[in-house]
Ligand binder design. Structure first.
Ligand code: SAH
Ligand code: SF4
Length: 371
């Protein structure tokens, strides 16, 4: 923005004024930006446009969750979800139209991939929610956190996601604290290292299985970046940011990865991770009860199995939370986002074939030995 205003022969503070108009006051009409002066307003009116994403559909949920279907160029649509909770409000933001990684339990993955979102399309999601909520930085705010956990694999759109996360954290943007912006990844090892060098956000890593065999069945990307390499990259990330913890996401699927043997093997991995970093709570585990979507072969485990799984981890001193399911009445829960992906890959068919329940009641020894 500074460079743009310099090209118009305008001073630096013009960039700051316009940033504030757009992101703090949610203004899209240059004519209303009264402190700019008439000639500059006319110049801007002629040369540029502030274009937020088109809201195609809004769905409020009974539990306060709010979902937007936003139209993107080319006939695609993506979804963004706001989840209010005690003392905070989290926005779940998409990074791509669809996803190429085809995890077998994910509705976005079932749709294939169309394209990366631009910086504007990523920031625009936050803008739409902030305007809806009347959010103003430095006052009591409703939007306090952003998680890059919507549609897509954010690290595969690194060039746009990292600058977009900067706008979220900048005082002239949405002014969120660094640690309140979280990037969730399926575990692309070289890009986790690059993120550690170039950004300062919280990291969440989708683990979902304690052994390579099982993880590869659920997440094909594990073939390229197996668990040991992934955990080593997470340790390097945590080492660079001594106060940050890493959250490992583990979606619980009935009869697939929810058995006591899996919990014990996961606890062992997490203990190893903590020991490597010499910090008790370096690894946090976030258990996500599976959210169903049409055509899936997976099921959510019963409540007592979820609690039992958590208890086994806690007993081993692994900090473990169960993510409360929010917005599932409007298909806004983790893994249920599908937007409208005009498919360019044929992942869909491959995915269908793969949606089989891989392992039922694995023998204890097998899981432990592999871990
Ligand atoms: N691509 C990134 C971020 C988007 S997915 C990633 O995979 O981490 C956000 C989280 O939702 C991930 O942990 C993902 O594994 C999880 N998820 C996907 N499908 C799910 C489903 N059907 N039920 C519960 N969680 C799911
Ligand atoms: Fe893509 Fe994440 Fe879904 Fe896997 S879980 S298909 S990486 S969005």
């Amino acid at each position: 923005m500074v460079a743009f205003f310099a090209s118009l022969g305008e001073p630096r503070y013009r960039a700051e004024q316009v940033m504030k108009w757009i992101h703090h006051r949610h203004e899209t009409d240059f004519d209303a930006m009264t402190d700019l002066g008439k000639p500059l307003r006319a110049k801007l009116q002629a040369a540029c446009v502030v274009e937020p994403p088109k809201v195609l559909l809004e769905k409020p949920s009974a539990d306060g969750t709010h979902k937007w279907l936003l139209g993107m160029d080319g006939g695609n649509a993506i979804e963004t979800v706001f989840i209010p909770d005690k003392g905070r409000g989290t926005l779940c933001v998409s990074s791509q139209v669809g996803c190429a990684l085809a995890c077998t339990f994910c509705s976005t993955g079932a749709q294939g991939f169309n394209r990366n979102l631009s910086v504007a399309e990523i920031v625009g999601q936050v803008w739409v929610a902030a305007r809806h909520l009347g959010n103003v930085p430095h006052r009591q705010r409703k939007l306090t956190n952003v998680v890059m956990m919507g549609m897509g694999e954010p690290l595969l759109n690194f060039e746009n996601v990292v600058p977009a996360m900067s706008v979220m954290r900048d005082d002239l943007g949405f002014g969120l604290a660094n640690k309140r912006v979280t990037l969730s990844t399926s575990g692309l090892v070289p890009l986790i290292d690059r993120l550690g060098e170039e950004s300062d956000v919280s990291l969440a890593v989708s683990l979902h299985a304690p052994t390579d065999d099982l993880r590869t069945q659920l997440m094909p990307i594990n073939r390229k970046y197996p668990i040991a390499e992934l955990l080593a990259a997470c340790a390097r990330y945590a080492q660079r940011k001594p106060r940050a913890s890493i959250t490992f996401e583990y979606t619980l699927m009935r009869g697939v990865n929810d058995q006591p043997a899996h919990a014990r093997a996961l606890a062992k991995l997490m203990r190893g991770f903590n020991a490597r970093l010499q910090r008790d709570n370096a690894a946090k585990v976030n258990l996500i009860p599976f959210n169903p979507f049409p055509g899936t072969g997976y099921e959510r485990p019963p409540e007592d199995a979820i609690r039992g799984f958590q208890t086994l981890l806690l007993r081993d001193h692994v900090l473990t939370m169960v993510r409360r399911t929010r917005g599932d009445d409007i298909d806004a829960a983790c893994g249920q986002l599908k937007g409208r992906v005009l498919e360019r890959t044929r992942k869909h068919d491959r995915h269908r074939q793969k949606t089989i329940v891989p392992t039922i009641n694995p023998p204890e020894g097998e899981v432990d030995a592999a871990a």
